[in-house]
Write a protein that binds this ligand. Structure first.
Ligand SMILES: Nc1ncnc2c1ncn2[C@@H]1O[C@H](COP(=O)(O)OP(=O)(O)OP(=O)(O)O)[C@@H](O)[C@H]1O
Ligand SMILES: [Mg+2]
Length: 285
């Protein structure tokens, strides 16, 4: 699908940099992103979301002459890194939970049609596989139920009037379980982080209350609530291996993150989850 340039779409404005993708730019009402292996699968997923009327994602508009993906630019505020204190608002957290639920509900039909497969010739983002001895030491990921975003960080949510209105940056989309994407989103937004890693202006003590708020806004089932802390612990173990693997195999921004200590940050999170697990479990009941 070739994107037809509109008149006046000449000036490129560089957008804030994330950890991995280089040169994401705004051109008029569009965003241009470099093509990479999951691009075609992501484009197909975004087309599905558009078809079912999910308004919380940019439309995929095609490829431009420079071979880049073209997406809608979505007006609003996006938090920086580290996320500002305004992003710690409880109402915003609840709206992120509702938006994630809408995404998951809108994705079910896609998963059923596709059997969780990316379209022919394309593939979803994949973490490098750890060695079998290492992977046998961690709890396996729950069986996939649908395709979802998998990277709902404050830097990947568009906010208007204090409400989350859209998700951007679907680079890590792919098959997952609902509770897994919920845990990942809660990790970034509650956040589930050790106090030493909590950002300025964000609560260091109200995480159990905020986790409950998020779970209620999403509408987690009793069974999902009961499993959440265990899913978070298992995910911390897997993510440590995944981030180290990505640093080794993909290099670039992944290697930089590892160098900057993301592995230790995950270990501190895990220890904190163990420490606070009774409070977190209690808040979810
Ligand atoms: N469709 C969009 N609408 C509005 N703003 C966008 C859009 N896409 C990107 N942005 C802005 O540009 C920033 C970077 O874009 P994006 O999240 O797509 O890439 P990235 O974070 O650099 O990638 P990665 O996470 O792979 O390193 C976002 O945090 C957001 O501020
Ligand atoms: Mg991003």
């Amino acid at each position: 699908m070739v994107y037809e340039e509109l008149a006046g779409e000449e000036d490129e404005v560089e957008l804030p940099r994330g950890d991995v993708t280089e040169r994401v730019v705004r051109v008029g009402s569009t965003v241009r992103r470099p093509v990479h292996p999951p691009s075609a699968a992501v484009a197909d997923y975004l087309k599905h979301l558009e078809e079912v009327g999910f308004g919380g994602a940019p439309r995929f508009l095609g490829r431009d002459r420079a071979g880049r993906d073209v997406l809608d630019f979505l007006a609003g505020e996006v938090a920086g890194d580290p996320p500002q204190a305004w992003a710690a608002d409880d109402e915003l957290l609840a709206s992120v939970g509702r938006l994630l639920r809408q995404l998951h509900d809108a994705s079910e039909g896609y998963a059923a049609d596709r059997g969780f497969a990316a379209p022919p010739g394309s593939r979803w983002f994949r973490w490098p596989s750890p060695s079998s001895s290492e992977s046998s030491a961690v709890v396996a990921e729950p069986a996939p139920e649908l395709v979802a975003h998998n990277d709902v960080t404050p830097q990947n949510v568009v906010v208007r009037d204090g409400q989350a209105v859209a998700l951007i940056d679907f680079d890590m989309a792919g098959p997952t379980a609902r509770v897994e994407d919920v845990v990942n989103t809660a990790t970034h937004w509650v956040p589930l982080r050790a106090p030493v890693d909590t950002w300025p202006g964000w609560s260091r003590t109200r995480q159990p209350v905020r986790l409950r708020l998020f779970a209620d806004a999403y509408g987690l089932t009793a069974a999902q609530r009961a499993s959440l802390v265990d899913v978070a612990l298992a995910r911390a173990d897997r993510m440590w291996l995944s981030m180290r693997g990505a640093a080794e195999h993909y290099g670039g921004g992944w290697a930089q993150m590892w160098h900057d200590g993301v592995g230790d940050l995950i270990r501190r999170r895990r220890a904190w989850l163990v420490d606070r697990s009774d409070d977190l479990r209690g808040a979810l009941e």
